[in-house]
Design a protein around this ligand. Structure first.
Ligand SMILES: C[S@@+](CC[C@H](N)C(=O)[O-])C[C@H]1O[C@@H](n2cnc3c(N)ncnc32)[C@H](O)[C@@H]1O
Length: 298
């Protein structure tokens, strides 16, 4: 972005080296700039980037008198990064999820709002289970495991991921949030310690499930994610159900995020491994989002 548009040049300096331009006007100009570069949700994006630069929340932006030249420069740079297609969360380095804020970075999947439904389903299912033992497979940044631990502190949480970058980030997030979750590298449930076999109350996961053939239809923010975190299909669910049978306690559940059109196929895969009573959770638009299936009691 040219300094002449958003920088100090056009703003004029007031007291204390701050621009006289009111925050609402800064946001409006920035949103117009973002729109001209084809960025959607331009006002919330401008607000999020400005609150990141100012180290404040949305209300804090509008309480400010103006931007210093340094803040204006940093804001201009952040807008530029977003305008050339960098995902918003990579520019800010964080993403809110349920009640927590996770550190995110390129190379590890950015948690999406729809995955909060998965956490909600697990919270409901575990409401009557004392001190549950839970594993989040395909944990990425650790979002699901850490949100469950945050909302259900008595749970003992494990998390796994095949990607070393994801494992490193999930461990960092666990440490910085002060939420004890054991993060292990490997395929689905394989890295778990053997003494957990037959004892888990829940296996939870948002595995990669987008068909490779759908690549051309994906939005830019999904294409910016590592392919290992996006592309997959029924095979990963089949393997997960087959493994989970051995690790779950009788009555334990598998809860997985699914693509809206895959509900029937994933439910059949669960039934083939002996799981019972598959139920679906829908998102606000009525699309199937989460499947919950139970390992029967003998
Ligand atoms: C869609 S992302 C979900 C990340 C996180 N759970 C979330 O919802 O934000 C899928 C994750 O699965 C991981 N993954 C892919 N194949 C895997 C496997 N066989 N076992 C464990 N993790 C795997 C990827 O590295 C990626 O972090």
């Amino acid at each position: 972005m040219g300094q002449g548009r958003m920088g100090q040049g056009r703003m004029g300096q007031g007291r204390m080296g701050r621009s006289d331009v009111r925050p609402a006007q800064v946001v409006r100009r920035a949103a117009e700039y973002l729109e001209r570069h084809g960025v959607e949700s331009s006002v919330p994006t401008a607000e999020r980037l400005l609150s990141h630069v100012l180290g404040t929340d949305r209300a804090g932006i509008y309480a400010r008198e103006g931007l210093t030249s340094q803040e204006a420069k940093l804001f201009g740079r952040a807008l530029c990064r977003r305008c050339v297609g960098e995902p918003l969360q990579h520019v800010t380095g964080d993403q809110g999820f349920r009640r927590i804020v996770l550190r995110v970075r390129p190379g590890v999947f950015v948690p999406r709002p729809e995955t909060e439904i998965l956490v909600g389903a697990v919270m409901d299912e575990l409401a009557s289970v004392a001190d549950p033992l839970v594993v989040d497979v395909a944990t990425g940044s650790g979002a699901v495991a850490l949100a469950i631990k945050d909302e259900l502190p008595e749970a003992t949480m494990f998390a796994t991921d095949l990607s070393p970058e994801a494992v490193e980030l999930a461990r960092e997030n666990a440490l910085s949030l002060g939420l004890p979750v054991t993060v292990l590298e490997g395929d689905l449930l394989e890295p778990l310690p053997a003494d957990l076999r037959g004892r888990l109350d829940a296996v939870v996961g948002n595995p990669p499930y987008v068909a490779e053939e759908a690549r051309d239809t994906l939005p830019a923010d999904v294409l910016a994610e590592p392919p290992l975190s996006v592309f997959g299909g029924i095979e990963i669910y089949e393997r997960l159900f087959a493994q989970a049978v051995d690790w779950l306690a009788p009555g334990g559940i598998v809860a997985v995020e699914i693509e809206e059109t895959a509900a029937g196929v994933v439910a059949k895969a669960a039934a083939r491994e002996g799981f019972e009573g598959s139920t679906m959770r829908r998102d606000l638009t009525g699309r199937d989002r989460v499947l919950v299936a139970r390992r029967p009691h003998p």
